[in-house]
Write a new protein. Structure first.
Length: 238
């Protein structure tokens, strides 16, 4: 292996997407979606290599045009709808090791994360180093107390998930967070060992809600483009 360990960004970007066809390279605000993630990785200026893990030639061509490496094709068994993130990144780390490359930290950066910022990537890297655990990643708060969540039955009748909090004031409830769905920093060994991400061995970096948007449907896509354009044209209030 090389004597100096490298720091790597791995962007998972398989070709199949049922709800939004070719989602990873579909134009988003004038550029292929994956281009925004590659740009953020380059602007962070902390990576020795930026790799795209894909099973798809069209995705590979776009990634190469945007300046990323596509040195291998992801095997089919790691490219279906149910493949978790950790094995995909572990595959990339193992491939690098097989090429004689020593890897230190690895950032899994999602291809559909146009709101990701270089500064957030760097902040999470520092959190990983300072925390001494396995992973670091961004989170944001739920917009409404999860303790007051409602359940609907087939007849659309209502019940509470936590009836004990039916009369608890919102400001008295514990604040809850969720994964921002943008990236995960992890130590190479954590990925290779298949260690879970959401454990006390991970440290979180908080993001404001206006910079977090899940994109799973065309409605999500339209909302994300509108919000992205606003954030691009106005100073960030955070």
């Amino acid at each position: 292996m090389t004597t100096a360990p490298v720091r790597v960004a791995v962007i998972p970007a398989r070709g199949g997407s049922k709800r939004i066809p070719h989602k990873n390279i579909k134009p988003f605000c004038g550029r292929p979606m994956i281009a925004w993630s590659i740009q953020a990785a380059r602007e962070a200026d902390c990576f020795d290599r930026i790799l795209v893990s894909t099973d798809d030639d069209a995705v590979a061509a776009v990634a190469l045009a945007e300046g990323a490496e596509v040195p291998f094709r992801r095997p089919a068994e790691l490219a279906d709808d149910h493949t978790p993130t950790v094995p995909v990144i572990a595959h990339a780390v193992a491939w690098l090791r097989q090429q004689g490359v020593s890897v230190s930290e690895v950032c899994c950066l999602y291809a559909t994360a146009p709101f990701v910022r270089a500064g957030d990537i760097l902040a999470a890297l520092e959190a990983l180093r300072a925390g001494g655990g396995d992973y670091a990643f961004p989170v944001t708060t739920f917009a409404f107390p999860i303790q007051r969540a409602l359940r609907l039955d087939p007849r659309q009748r209502v019940s509470m998930f936590e009836p004990a909090h039916a009369n608890t004031r919102s400001q008295d409830l514990e604040e809850a967070f969720h994964d921002a769905g943008q990236f995960y920093w992890g130590r190479a060994r954590a990925w290779l060992d298949g260690r879970a991400i959401f454990t006390p061995e991970s440290v979180a970096v908080r993001l404001p809600r206006h910079r977090v948007q899940d994109i799973d449907t065309l409605e999500d896509w339209r909302r994300a483009e509108a919000l992205f354009q606003v954030l691009q044209s106005e100073p960030d209030p955070s």
